[in-house]
Design a protein. Structure first.
Length: 333
């Protein structure tokens, strides 16, 4: 049996010498012998871009009956961020109804010479971009690289496809192949509000009470897809660690981000000029998130996950330091 992973940089595999890590690369440590983890996740991908680039096709071609497909998208779909990735990544939620339910509006395939007018308008208004034609040419080049004759574009109102519709394509494909789809909510960004809670807002999973997380849970309920709430788990973990120490589990934004773990990471973190980020995890942070994910699966009451539970080792019985040593500040954690 195989466990397939569809997702972004939070899930993907990284090189051994890099401090940054994804939970997908550590999942095999928690898997019993005879089960393979196929990690197709790639940084910068949204649910829409994953389909447009043909990564979806690769899973569809190989996944089989009895396999599992874990699906985590959100960070790059979040349309409350600035416009620059609108043409390839951003995926609108659409307007919720009076009950707060987000719509499932089918994607509309368009020719690859189509650029969303919302993007062109935002580009024209951007005074920091002088050569706008050069930017448009680069956009056309990216769109042309997609393997199909058409692609699914962005639309501000969701009329050409909403986040839930793109997520549903993964669900429908897995089930058609006899596999089991599983949603994994994206971990929160490590941004705290004044009260020490995880901050909500634009670029932080959509604002309005973390709209993209709520949307995935909604579809899980409606389509009867098990939801592993890694978002809630991450919020609890961040609160436990606290704002003062949280960047000892995250990756480095400015400074050296590779070397011998954890010695070189410890040295880098003690430099005044080093700047940590709020999205990606370092090796130890990714291991904590992976351990949490496995615990959540084991604790789930969904009968659809019974087969997956049988593939997993007991996470509490695994010495994670056997694989990833703690960074300096977590000697007592």
């Amino acid at each position: 049996m195989k466990i397939y992973l569809a997702g972004d940089s939070i899930v993907q595999n990284y090189e051994k010498e890099e401090f940054i890590a994804g939970w997908g690369q550590f999942l095999p440590f928690f898997i019993k012998d005879g089960v393979e983890v196929v990690n197709d996740a790639k940084g910068g991908r949204s649910s829409r871009l994953f389909i447009n680039e043909g990564r979806f096709d690769n899973i569809e071609k190989n996944i089989s009956a009895g396999d599992y497909l874990l699906i985590e998208f959100c960070h790059n779909d979040d349309a409350s961020k600035e416009y620059k990735t609108m043409f390839n990544r951003l995926t609108p939620l659409g307007e919720p109804d009076s009950d707060g339910r987000f719509p499932i509006i089918p994607g509309e395939a368009m020719p690859k010479d189509y650029i969303p007018p919302e993007y062109i308008d935002a580009l024209r208004k951007d005074e920091n971009v002088k050569d706008k034609q050069a930017v448009l040419d680069s956009v056309y080049k990216i769109l042309e690289s997609y393997p199909h004759d058409t692609y699914y574009p962005y639309s501000a109102d969701g009329s050409k496809g909403t986040y839930l519709w793109f997520l549903k394509q993964f669900v429908d494909m897995a089930r058609e192949k006899g596999a089991v789809p599983v949603f994994v909510t994206a971990p929160a960004r490590t941004v705290y509000d004044a009260n020490g809670n995880i901050k909500d807002g634009a670029g932080l999973h959509g604002g309005n009470n973390f709209a993209y997380i709520r949307a995935m849970k909604q579809l899980g309920e409606e389509a009867k897809v098990p939801v592993i709430d890694l978002f809630a788990y991450s919020c609890g973990l961040y609160k436990q660690i606290g704002k003062e120490k949280i960047h000892w589990i995250t990756s480095i934004k400015k400074g050296c981000n590779k070397g011998i773990w954890p010695d070189d990471f410890n040295s880098e973190m003690q430099k005044k000029e080093t700047v940590s980020e709020n999205t990606h995890f370092n090796k130890y942070g990714a291991m904590l998130i992976t351990q949490g994910l496995v615990k959540l699966i084991k604790e789930s009451d969904s009968s659809q996950l019974d087969g997956l539970k049988g593939m997993l080792k007991n996470p509490d019985g695994i010495d994670i330091e056997k694989y990833v040593k703690k960074p300096l500040v977590f000697e007592e954690f």
